[in-house]
Design a protein around this ligand. Structure first.
Ligand code: C6P
Length: 422
C-alpha cells in the first residue's frame, strides 16, 4: 500500500517506513467487515484501541498453560504465574521510566488510578485552605475524583481555563497556581481536543510551588515515549486498553517517597503485613494498593502490548500518527461547514469537529453506515463542550495502523453527511 506524502510536519520520531500491511495483519479485527460487508475503518482509537494477535495469544496462552493465582501458592503453576506477573511489572516500570517496579501499581484503568490517589493521598492530606488545580480540558476521570475529595476535605477546587485554540491559558495557570496548591492534575493529551500539554514545564512550575503533579496519560502513553522522570511528575496514570492491551488493567506510577506515605484505599487480601483481630498493618507499596486477586491475565496481556509497541517503536508510531493527523486535519477542514474543535499547535492523534447544521450524532450515524467508526458525543469532557459552545463533537482518533485510505473514507463520509442533512 502506498502512502501519500506528509501534509503537516510530524512531531515525533524519525520517518522510518512502516510495513503497514504486515502491521495490519497483526490485528485480526481490522480485517473484519462492518455494516453491509463494508471494510471496517476504525477511527475510534481514543476510546479503545485494537489488539494485535501477539496480545490475544499471550492472554490465551496464559489461560491455557499458566493460569494460577499469584503470590499465594507454593505450587509450580502459581510460581510460574507469579514470575510472569512480576516480570510484567518490571516491564511497565521500564516502559514508563520509573525508578523501580515498586513504583508501579496495577489498577483497573486510568479512572481507578486517579481515584486511588484522590482517596488515599487526597483524603488524608488535604485540609480546608488547600487547593487542587485541574484544567478545563480534563476528562471527567481527572476532574470528578478531585471535586469529590475537595468536598470531603474542605479543600478548594480550581481549574485552569483554555483558549479558543484549545490550549491551556498559561497566564491563568500562573495566577491560579499558589502556595496553597497541593496538587496539580493535568491531562498529557486531551481526549476531546487532541491538545498536547507542555507537562514538563507545567510540572516544574507546580513543583516549585510545592504542589504534587499528577499526569493523566490515558491518551499519551499509546502515542509517544513516556519518561516519568523526565516529565517530573509525582503520579502518572494510564490504561492498558488504549495501549493495544486488554481492558480491565491500568497503571498508576507513583513516586516511591509519596506512595510509602499513602494509606491503603481498598483493603483485604494480599495488601497486609499482619492481621490480628485487634488490627492490621499494611504491606509496602505496590502491594498495599492492590487488594485482592489482581487482573493477572490482563497484566500479562499488557506486557505483550508493551513488547509490541516497543518493537514497532513509540517514536515511529508518533511520527506516523503525526502524518495521519496532518492529512486528516487538512482534508476535513476543507469540507464546507466543518469547524474544527481544538486547533492547538501541539496535537496528537485526535481530530474533533462539528458540521454546520448537522448534529454530531447524525454525522456519526452516516459514517457508521459507511463502515467508519468514530465517536460522536461529549467524550466525557463536558466542560470542554461548554467552553466551545457545542453539545458534542465528532471525533476521529488515530492509531499507527490507520491508513491514508481510511482518512479518505472519513472525508467521503462527512461529505455524505453534509449532502444528506446539510
Ligand atoms: N477516554 C474516550 O473515548 P479509562 O476509562 O479509565 O480507561 O480511562 C479514562 C480516561 C481518562 N483520561 C482520559 C484523557 C481519557 O481519554 C480517558 C478515557 C475514552 O475518550 C473513554 S471516555
Amino acid at each position: 500500500m502506498t502512502e501519500p506524502a506528509t501534509v503537516a510536519p510530524p512531531r515525533h520520531g524519525p520517518a522510518t517506513p512502516l510495513d503497514i500491511d504486515g502491521i495490519r495483519a497483526d490485528f485480526p479485527i481490522l480485517g473484519t467487515a462492518a455494516r453491509d460487508g463494508r471494510p471496517l475503518v476504525y477511527l475510534d482509537n481514543a476510546a479503545t484501541s485494537q489488539k494485535p494477535r501477539q496480545v490475544i495469544d499471550a492472554v490465551s496462552r496464559f489461560y491455557a498453560s499458566e493460569n494460577a493465582n499469584i503470590h499465594r501458592g507454593l505450587h509450580f503453576l502459581s510460581e510460574r504465574a507469579t514470575a510472569a506477573f512480576d516480570v510484567a511489572r518490571e516491564k511497565v516500570a521500564r516502559f514508563l521510566g520509573a525508578g523501580s517496579p515498586s513504583e508501579i501499581v496495577f489498577t483497573r484503568g486510568t479512572t481507578e488510578a486517579i481515584n486511588l490517589v484522590a482517596q488515599s493521598w487526597g483524603r488524608t492530606s488535604l485540609r480546608p485552605g488547600d487547593e487542587v488545580l485541574v484544567t478545563e480540558m480534563e476528562h471527567h476521570a481527572n476532574l470528578v475524583p478531585w471535586q469529590v475529595v475537595c468536598e470531603q476535605t474542605g479543600a478548594a477546587f480550581r481549574a485552569v481555563p483554555i483558549t479558543d485554540r484549545g490550549e491551556l491559558n498559561l497566564d491563568a495557570f500562573d495566577r491560579l497556581l499558589t502556595d496553597r496548591t497541593r496538587l496539580f492534575a493535568v491531562g498529557h493529551v486531551s481526549n476531546a481536543l487532541g491538545t498536547m500539554n507542555p507537562v514538563r514545564e507545567l510540572a516544574v512550575r507546580a513543583r516549585a510551588r510545592g504542589a504534587l503533579v499528577l499526569v493523566d496519560g490515558a491518551q499519551s502513553a499509546p502515542h509517544f515515549p513516556i519518561d516519568v522522570a523526565e516529565l517530573g511528575c509525582d503520579f502518572f496514570a494510564c490504561s492498558g486498553h488504549k495501549l493495544f492491551g486488554p481492558t480491565g488493567i491500568g497503571v498508576l506510577y507513583g513516586r516511591k517517597a509519596i506512595l510509602d506515605e499513602m494509606p491503603p484505599w481498598q483493603t483485604g487480601g494480599d495488601m497486609v503485613e499482619r492481621v490480628t483481630l485487634e488490627g492490621s498493618t499494611w504491606a509496602p507499596p505496590p502491594a498495599r494498593f492492590e487488594a485482592g486477586t489482581p487482573p493477572i491475565a490482563e497484566v500479562i496481556g499488557l506486557a505483550a502490548a508493551i513488547d509490541y509497541v516497543e518493537r514497532v517503536g513509540l517514536d515511529v508510531i508518533g511520527h506516523r500518527e503525526g502524518e495521519l493527523l496532518g492529512r486528516a486535519t487538512e482534508l476535513v477542514r476543507a469540507i464546507p461547514g466543518v469547524r474544527l474543535v481544538g486547533t492547538a499547535r501541539e496535537k496528537a492523534a485526535v481530530l474533533s469537529f462539528v458540521l454546520d447544521g448537522v448534529h454530531p450524532h447524525d454525522v456519526g450515524t452516516v459514517l457508521d453506515d459507511e463502515g467508519v467508526a468514530v465517536r460522536a458525543g461529549h467524550h466525557c469532557a463536558q466542560p470542554v463542550m461548554r467552553r466551545f459552545g457545542v453539545p458534542a463533537t465528532v471525533r476521529a482518533s488515530f492509531a499507527f495502523y490507520n491508513t491514508a485510505d481510511e482518512i479518505d473514507a472519513l472525508v467521503r463520509g462527512v461529505e455524505r453527511a453534509r449532502a444528506v442533512f446539510g
